[in-house]
Design a protein around this ligand. Structure first.
Ligand code: BEZ
Length: 162
């Protein structure tokens, strides 16, 4: 499968969502079928840069992002949904973003962002990325060349949606 790029239709992708102690499958392509979508993709829950810098940037700026035209604000990580929910209560206690698990690597494969970071024993991980969509069509995909740096995946690196 080639890497999804700008102009491509988001294919069928199932992610996992934690809801009241249960795990529900959720189709990302259906969720993003209408409106503007923003997906911040992080390599792992509880990792330092994700926890102290990357996700807090999107949580802090969620209202501004919505006002600028993004209808869906989503954080995706390759962790299982239980771990992701435990992390969410720390980084986004008010629920500004929707946290979805890509534990089966479906989105990661479609974007060709799989990584292992075996030096940190992260097991299944990903690169750090930022994806935007409009009516299920990919409009922007940025992938950090170095996983610990934020050079093109911050909220301020986004094309304004409105
Ligand atoms: C971090 O967020 O700090 C991180 C994530 C993956 C690999 C290394 C560091």
């Amino acid at each position: 499968m080639h890497r999804l790029r700008s102009g491509n239709l988001l294919p069928k992708i199932t992610l996992g969502r934690y809801v009241d102690g249960l795990i529900e499958p959720i189709r990302l392509d259906e969720l993003l079928s209408r409106g503007r979508g923003l997906v911040v993709g992080v390599p792992g829950a509880f990792t330092p840069v994700c926890t102290t810098q990357h996700v807090p940037d999107f949580v802090r700026n969620a209202a501004t992002l919505r006002a600028s035209g993004y209808d869906h604000l989503i954080c995706v990580a390759p962790n299982d949904p239980f771990t992701l929910e435990a992390w969410r209560t720390i980084v986004d206690p008010k629920g500004q973003l929707m946290f979805l698990s890509d534990g089966n690597w479906e989105l990661s494969r479609a974007l060709a962002v799989e990584a292992s970071h075996s030096d940190l024993f992260l097991s299944r991980s990903t690169h750090r990325y930022l994806l935007t969509t409009r009516d299920q069509i990919v409009s922007h995909l940025a992938i950090e060349p170095v996983v610990t740096l934020l050079t093109c995946t911050r909220s301020t690196d986004l094309p304004m949606a409105a």
